[in-house]
Design a protein around this ligand. Sequence first.
Ligand code: GAP
Length: 492
Amino acid sequence: MNMDVLVSLSKRRGFVFQSSEIYGGTGSVWDYGPLGVELKNNIKRVWWRDFVQSRADMVGIDASILMNPMVWKASGHIDHFTDPMVDCRECRHRFRADHVDAMPWTHYCPATKGNKFTITAGEPCGHCGQRRSLCPDCGKGELTEPRQFNLMFKTFMGPVEEDAAVTYLRPETAQAMFVNFDNVLQSMRLKLPFGIAQAGRSFRNEITPGNFIFRTREFEQMEIEFFVNPNDRVDGRPADEYWHDRWIEDCMAWFLRYGLAADNLRLREHEQDELAHYAKRTVDIEYKFPIGWSELMGIANRTDFDLKQHAKWSGKSLTYFDEERKEHVVPFVVEPAAGVDRALLAFLADAYREEEVRGEKRVVLKFHPELAPIKVAVLPLLKKRDDIVRAAHAIRGDLAKHWRVVYDDTAAIGRLYRRQDEVGTPYCVTVDVQTVGDSERGETGDGRVTIRERNSMEQARVPIAELTAVIRELLDGAAWPQVSARYPAPRS
Ligand code: GAP
């Protein structure tokens, strides 16, 4: 599967557009179109439902993006949230120092009178045997020594652009959970272990963004800070270690539940030398993206680093009173941190199939029904028949009280089905002559419509009066063969 196929489908069918495209675009930010926003909202909604709403040990917050700059001093972002960078002295292009050797390089080969070649990363030139020593882009400039570059976006609070007014767009949602720890603890009267969750925008001035929505400068995160008592033991193990493993399992199960193939998912344990400054242990869930195995989300044991740092820099106590032991403790934190955009890319890539149906190519997005942007498309078989069109609009109106439902009569039925397959609509409902009858011939309709299931393309005739209940049953997870067995197939 090629990323270009997804980029092109996303644009053509209204999932993702390049931001400010008519002005030539903006560096690595993307806009979600009419179907993209539905898909993204569905991902956030099921995440919130499964990890916040349904759990007795979790609460949510929605904090502001702009925070007191001291937050970023205490968290270590001002001092440590950096990447090493090198610049080309000739073309001024900037690269991550640790990525340069992994890039293909431009070479003007002296053995071929200076002909220009693009050579695979890590390989020498096949003519002169030289290895890359100059800028991989222009092939002419020396690279500077690596310098640390902070990834936070700086801005100014208030009307004066001076140093005292500098603040930052948050690079992660996590810190708001730490600085609100005591507010949440007191207002909700919580007992450890408990979590605080948040979904929202984060910003990073990435040096090498790219690969569509995989790495962007503005993105959304769904993060949980799960606080545990470090003195507790669960199943004979320190509570933080037990809960870390529990969260790894639960997050993996979540991605499987919403349709990612097990073969495309794996865990990767961070080596000691790559752990973030705050982490005791981190495990990534990786997905086999079109660009190869890459991080989908991370689950870190952040220990008591953050609460202690914020207590130190703010002068406010951020502890929990352990009633049993009659002592104040600083909780440890397990942090499952996922990217919404990256999850969306994984769900999109995993759902994409090209199939051959009766000698023709069918592109289908086999989204889990809960994630599908459109749940039902209502299609009139004959758009010239007012009674059919009227019935179809009425059905759309009824179903749309519950779900995102569209009406389409702009092509023949086969084309309409293909269009819906391509955006992953799990069910199409077709209204035909049989539904409404033919009054000119004195025939009354049977009051049934045809439901077509996306994956099997099988059909069943369901009474309009039962339609909402049947769609609800299917969207709630009932298997199509069981549901459709109760109804006749359409006459062929
Ligand atoms: N609070 C911890 C934290 O932010 P992270 O690994 O830097 O950890 C968590 O980010 C998740 O956020 C990543 O696994 C990824 O899914 C997403 N993410 C991070 N940077 C991103 C970017 N530039 N573009 C898109 N998603 C990003």
